[in-house]
Design a protein around this ligand. Structure first.
Ligand SMILES: [Cu+2]
Length: 238
């Protein structure tokens, strides 16, 4: 009987516990996130700098375009109407809603620069190779994972510095939680849950840097990637 109660309560906590970015601070400026539960109930939804998401459910199919900025087969994301402002070498602080302790994995952050002459409020990258990673945190020396241990220790705020030599322009800032659930420790694809969140930002400064190696999303992860196959091994090794 005790086992049954524990199982049921775990189910309940999982349903309640996925999340989204509820607020972002760019330098010293604060912007509300896209809040799926309330924003989707309004028509039109409130204007945000974040691309819309349907709910708090994860992406697990790595071939779906929804891996880029969220979405589902019946609800596609879209460019957002607003753009946040941040200077190169300032820090973006992404405030996630409470993250479940059993959803452990790395946290990654990518940027994609809107092509010259294209307004980011109209831009959908599709499967073009436009993304580069600016931050990745896995497991620290004490065995604490970025998600959820380090995130929770930082009160749900994930901080990422915008590279100091980054060329100015409009970018999609894509912050992503990966989770392998303790109780569903998978050994094959699909097993990892992906939670991407995309904010539109205007980076200012005098930098000139743009990486030459760019990846596509979807595309960067495959079922054979270390993070998506042999998941229990990944969890052990970090
Ligand atoms: Cu989950």
């Amino acid at each position: 009987m005790l086992k049954l109660i524990t199982f049921v309560s775990l189910l309940v906590s999982q349903v309640a516990a996925h999340g989204w970015v509820q607020e972002i601070t760019l330098g010293s400026k604060v912007y509300t996130g896209f809040l799926p539960n309330t924003d989707n109930a309004q028509n039109p939804p409130p204007a945000r700098i974040f691309r819309r998401i349907p709910d708090f459910n994860p992406i697990t199919d790595l071939t779906r375009i929804d891996l880029q900025c969220g979405g589902s087969p019946t609800y596609q994301t879209a460019p957002a109407p607003l753009v946040g402002q941040i200077a190169a070498q300032e820090t973006a602080k992404l405030n996630w809603t409470a993250w479940p302790a059993n959803h452990k994995g790395p946290v990654l952050t990518y940027l994609a620069k809107a092509p010259e002459g294209v307004d980011i409020t109209q831009w959908l990258p599709g499967t073009d190779a436009v993304w580069f990673k600016i931050d990745e945190v896995g497991k620290d020396e004490n065995g604490r994972w970025a998600a959820s241990d380090l995130l929770t220790a930082a009160s749900g705020v994930w901080s990422v510095k915008i590279p100091e030599n980054l060329a100015p322009g409009q970018y999609i800032l894509r912050n992503e939680m990966l989770a392998s659930l303790t109780r569903f420790l998978a050994t094959a694809y699909p097993g990892i849950q992906f939670f991407p969140s995309c904010a539109q930002i205007e980076v200012t400064g005098t930098g000139t840097g743009i990486p030459s190696e760019l990846v596509s999303i979807p595309g960067v992860y495959t079922p054979e990637s270390p993070v998506t196959s042999k998941i229990s091994k990944w969890r052990q090794e970090g």
